[in-house]
Design a protein around this ligand. Structure first.
Ligand code: SAM
Length: 253
C-alpha cells in the first residue's frame, strides 16, 4: 500500500457540499500544488484556474491533467498576490486549499482582500481549508484495536494555522466576507511503515528537529514498529490531521 491521504474522501465530500451548485461557476484554487485536491472536484466544475508559486508543482499538475479535463483546468505558476486572470473575468468561487496558512503572516489579509477583488462585486464564495492548531494523533490500528502512539506537534505550522484563523476573522471584520458555515473534520493519512510516515512528515512538516518532537525520536519510531508486530490480520499507521473547512459569502463592495 502506498501512502493514502484521506482515501474515504471526507474532505472532498465536505468541499462538494460547500460549493453545492457548480453550474457555470469559475473557480480559482489558490495554492493548488500538484493538484491533489483539484482532481477530486474538477469533474463537477465549469472552469478551474489553479495557481501556485512553485513552478515544479505547477509543471506536475499540468502534466497530470487528465485529457478530458484539459479544456476546463488551467494552471499558472504565480503567487496569489501577483495573480490577475488574463481574461479579466471574475471568479464565483475562490478556494484556499491548505494554502492561506503557508503565506507569510503579513501577506494573509492582503491576499484575502485581493481575492475579494477578483470576485463579482455583489456575489461569490470563498472556501478555506486548513489544519486546526491542535496536535495530530498518531495511531497504530491492529484489526479493530487502536493504539495511540503520540500526538504530533509542528509548532511553527500550528502558529501559522492560528495566524490564518486571525486573518480570516479580520477579513470578516473588514466586511470582505461573511462566515456562512464551518465544519471541523479529521483528514486521515494511512501508512504501512514507519519509513513511509517519516517520508510524509519530511515533505509536509517544516523541519524535523524541533517541529515533530517527540514523535520522530528513533524510540518512538521503534514503538510504531513494535505495534505493527502485534498479532492481527490487518494493521496500519494512521495520522489523524484535524482540519477545518469554512465557507464565506463575499459581501458587496
Ligand atoms: C500545504 S500545500 C497544499 C497543496 C494542495 N492544495 C493540497 O491541498 O495538497 C500549500 C501550497 O500553498 C502554496 N503557496 C504558498 N504561498 C503561496 C502564495 N503566495 N500564493 C499561492 N499559493 C501559495 C505552496 O506552494 C503549496 O503548494
Amino acid at each position: 500500500m502506498a501512502v493514502q491521504p484521506d482515501p474515504e474522501g471526507i474532505e472532498t465530500g465536505l468541499l462538494l457540499k460547500a460549493i453545492g451548485d457548480f453550474a457555470g461557476k469559475r473557480i480559482l484554487e489558490v495554492g493548488c500544488g500538484s493538484g491533489r485536491l483539484t482532481w477530486r472536484y474538477a469533474e463537477h466544475a465549469h472552469a478551474i484556474t489553479g495557481i501556485d508559486p512553485n513552478p515544479d508543482l505547477i509543471a506536475e499538475a499540468t502534466a497530470n491533467t487528465p485529457n478530458h479535463l484539459r479544456d476546463r483546468v488551467t494552471f499558472y505558476a504565480q503567487s496569489v498576490l501577483d495573480f490577475a486572470p488574463s481574461d479579466g473575468k471574475p471568479f464565483e468561487v475562490v478556494l484556499l486549499s491548505w494554502s492561506l496558512c503557508c503565506l507569510p503572516a503579513s501577506d494573509m489579509l492582503p491576499a484575502l482582500q485581493k481575492l475579494r477583488a477578483l470576485q463579482p462585486p455583489d456575489a461569490g464564495y470563498l472556501i478555506d481549508i486548513h489544519p486546526r492548531m491542535v496536535p495530530r494523533p498518531l495511531l497504530v490500528q491492529i484489526d479493530q484495536q487502536e493504539h495511540e502512539v503520540a500526538a504530533l506537534v509542528d509548532e511553527f505550522m500550528q502558529l501559522q494555522y492560528q495566524r490564518a484563523d486571525t486573518a480570516l476573522e479580520q477579513a470578516v471584520a473588514q466586511q470582505f466576507y461573511r462566515l456562512e458555515a464551518a465544519a471541523p473534520f479529521v483528514f486521515p493519512v494511512y501508512f504501512d511503515s514507519a519509513a513511509e510516515l517519516l517520508d510524509y512528515l519530511r515533505q509536509n512538516d517544516t523541519g524535523l528537529d524541533c517541529v515533530c518532537e517527540p514523535a520522530l525520536e528513533p524510540a518512538l519510531l521503534r514503538r510504531v514498529d513494535e505495534y505493527l508486530q502485534l498479532p492481527g490480520s490487518n494493521r496500519y499507521i494512521v495520522l489523524q490531521r484535524p482540519v477545518m473547512i469554512r465557507k464565506y459569502r463575499a459581501l458587496e463592495r
